[in-house]
Design a protein around this ligand. Structure first.
Ligand code: ATP
Ligand code: MG
Length: 398
């Protein structure tokens, strides 16, 4: 079967009035973005309160559907066969051919749902339903009509062309990226933070990211792995502006001046401060981390309190109540897992203490940080000024 278009179904709750345009425009923009790398020419447009993807000429069906499944806001993708508008007798023939090709096994229940957007068409929807239903029954005697709970809802829309569709491929749900402001993701090379970015993007939030590396303690390859992860997330989230911060001097200075059991917490506090600097500069409305309560010493409730204490923006932690197993499941689903488990060193693990505090006390941590007064402002300033900024986009499919 050759499909000529896709009808895009989206959740309509809460998108009335002005919001509706914003929602639809963001959806169209993101659909165009994911289709950029797919073989074929596509026309994405809004029409009568709907969004369509028209496929001009040849295209790769599988790739197109796979790409559309990555667009947040889409709840269903309906492959459409388009036919010229003809009078009813001819329309019956087109519908019979469609049903025969789509459901060769025959024994299904169905219901015809005709809609006449083009009111000049001389037959009304009820009459179209009856006539097409009869034609299908005549052609395929094993098929039965069920108007309440049919296996197949055969949609026939009369527009400037006739649109036939009956399959709905589930989309990812959520809201189109760009409808809910932006946030700064602290992206490491691990399993959790890419999943955290994905989850917040799913709510319509545009993502920027910051990665802290510590050359020569962490390698160029570890940094490339983070760029690769950002690229994988950007297949869903759209282009990601990634800040790569050289954190070595700050880490060495903390290592020299602070108690070693507090290193991780103090380091994390400086990461948050720098991330917040970039976030505010770019108008981001929050920070995102991959933290989950109790996963490691730096993620106990007390540690989270200590890390959080330096932030003025809200910190979104979408994985907070998830077990590792649940996070791994999502990372497999979104295709980041294989990259995340590549064995490159992580700047958090280079300078870790053998026995990190699990119940840090904020006042004590603040006091330890006073040991850094002499040079830390200068080091932060340098780290910020020398950050490398790259915009990472989805990878081409072929
Ligand atoms: P992940 O799997 O995301 O690396 P993790 O289980 O290794 O997380 P931590 O190392 O404690 O946990 O980091 C907690 C969070 O802090 C990460 O999810 C990430 O948001 C942020 N983070 C940690 N290290 C870095 C880094 N080098 N650069 C940017 N963000 C980081
Ligand atoms: Mg990590």
């Amino acid at each position: 079967m050759t499909f000529h278009s896709f009808l895009i179904k989206y959740g309509e709750i809460g998108i009335k009035g002005k919001n509706r345009y914003m929602f639809e425009d963001a959806l169209v923009r993101q659909i165009r973005y994911v289709l950029q790398n797919v073989d074929g020419e596509f026309l994405v447009h809004k029409c009568h309160g709907r969004v369509y993807v028209d496929c001009e000429g040849g295209y790769d069906y599988e790739e197109t559907v796979e790409s559309l499944k990555k667009v947040f806001g889409i709840v269903g993708i309906c492959p459409v066969v388009r036919k010229p508008v003809k009078e009813l007798e001819e329309l019956k023939k087109d519908v019979v051919v469609y049903v025969g090709e789509m459901y060769p096994e025959g024994n299904k229940t169905f219901k015809v749902e005709a809609r006449r957007a083009n009111k000049r068409y001389p037959v009304n929807s009820m009459e179209i339903n009856c006539a097409l239903g009869e034609a299908v029954l005549d052609a395929y005697p094993e098929m039965k009509v069920d108007v309440h709970n049919p296996d197949i809802r055969l949609n026939v829309e009369i527009r400037e062309e006739v649109y036939l569709y009956s399959e709905i491929i589930p989309g990812p749900g959520g809201m189109p990226v760009g409808t809910n402001g932006s946030a700064m993701l602290l992206l490491s090379g691990g399993i959790d933070s890419p999943v955290a970015g994905y989850m917040i993007a799913k709510r319509g939030v545009e993502i920027e990211a910051v990665y802290f590396h510590a050359p020569p303690y962490t390698s160029e390859r570890a940094k490339e792995k983070v760029v690769d992860l950002a690229r994988l997330v950007s297949a869903y989230a759209g282009p990601i502006k990634l800040h790569i911060v050289n954190f070595t001097d700050i880490q060495l200075y903390i290592y020299e001046k602070c108690p070693h059991d507090e290193l991780t917490i103090i380091m994390r506090r400086y990461m948050m401060r720098i991330a917040e600097h970039f976030a505010k500069k770019d108008g981001c409305l929050g920070l995102i981390t991959g933290e989950s309560i109790g996963q490691v010493a730096s993620q106990t409730m007390q540690s989270l309190l200590a890390t959080n204490a330096v932030c003025t923006l809200p910190v979104y932690r979408p994985l907070i109540g998830f077990d590792k197993r649940e996070i791994v499941e999502i990372s497999e689903k979104i295709d980041t897992y294989e990259t995340s488990i590549l064995p490159y060193e992580d700047c958090c693990t280079i300078f870790v203490a053998k026995h990190p505090v699990t119940k840090p006390n904020v006042e004590r941590i603040e006091k330890s940080e006073t040991n850094l007064t002499e040079k830390i402002d200068e080091l932060m300033k340098t780290a910020i000024e020398t950050a490398e900024v790259v915009t990472v986009r989805q990878e081409s499919l072929s």
